[in-house]
Design a protein. Structure first.
Length: 239
């Protein structure tokens, strides 16, 4: 019996089977998860290190190499690739496929924390698991002819980021670019010598004069006020 003859003899059974499959597919489609990117556990963890303005050569010796040696001891590590520049280093740690990447990320964080006291003072790090869901899917650019880059960055940090974070489905909002407001102090060497002071003492005094401290609370007329002390020598106040 040929295939065409068999199909002709079982036409009702074949149509019933196709209809059942189509109905099952329509029902299952309502329960399938929907995502912008597929759920792929990509076996890579990225470690980003920041050590100020340290030259790239010193970064390699004092920061990148010790961290590479520390994370290489983690079970399942397949290869390590790093990029070092002035004050920063980025280390990509590749694991075997099928590894538990949440546990791998925690192990990387533990290893870096273990050697952090031996790294240069002020070194900070950030660890994130690399998969399609951590990359941004939309970006906004702020430009202005009347506002400075400092004001635009503050606007993005304190106005736009909180508003966008409340949108359903948004996991994280990051801010890049702009400028951070800074103050420059120019020291007169003659006056510094006349007061018998050093640059370290000036830097220490400036650091100690830039602190806000909550010193207590004040209750009046059914209102509770937080008392804040500004350590600047010419200012102190309430908020």
């Amino acid at each position: 019996m040929s295939l065409s003859a068999w199909a002709h003899g079982h036409a009702r059974s074949i149509l019933f089977l196709l209809g059942a499959l189509a109905l099952a597919g329509a029902v299952v489609s309502f329960f399938l998860p929907v995502a912008l990117f597929p759920r792929v556990s990509f076996p890579r963890v990225r470690v980003t290190l920041d050590a100020g303005d340290r030259p790239a050569e010193r970064m390699t010796v004092e920061v990148t190499t010790p961290v590479e040696e520390a994370v290489r001891a983690i079970p399942g590590v397949r290869s390590i690739r790093s990029t070092t520049s002035r004050g920063t280093a980025e280390i990509s740690i590749n694991f075997d496929w099928g590894e538990d990447m949440v546990a791998a990320m925690l192990q990387c964080q533990s290893q870096v924390n273990k050697i952090l006291p031996t790294l240069p003072a002020g070194t900070s790090f950030e660890i994130e698991r690399m998969d399609p869901t951590v990359f941004p899917v939309i970006a906004y650019s702020l430009t202005s002819d009347s506002h400075s880059l400092v004001e635009l960055r503050d606007l993005a940090l304190y106005t736009l980021r909180p508003a966008l974070s409340t949108v359903q489905g948004v996991a994280r909002v990051g801010v890049q670019g702009g400028r951070v407001e800074e103050y420059r102090v120019t020291v007169d060497p003659d006056k510094l010598q006349s007061y018998k002071m050093t640059l370290a003492e000036v830097a220490s005094a400036l650091s100690a004069s830039n602190v806000l401290v909550a010193v207590g609370r004040l209750e009046q007329y059914d209102k509770l006020y937080l008392v804040v002390s500004d350590t600047h020598p010419s200012r102190n106040g309430f908020a």
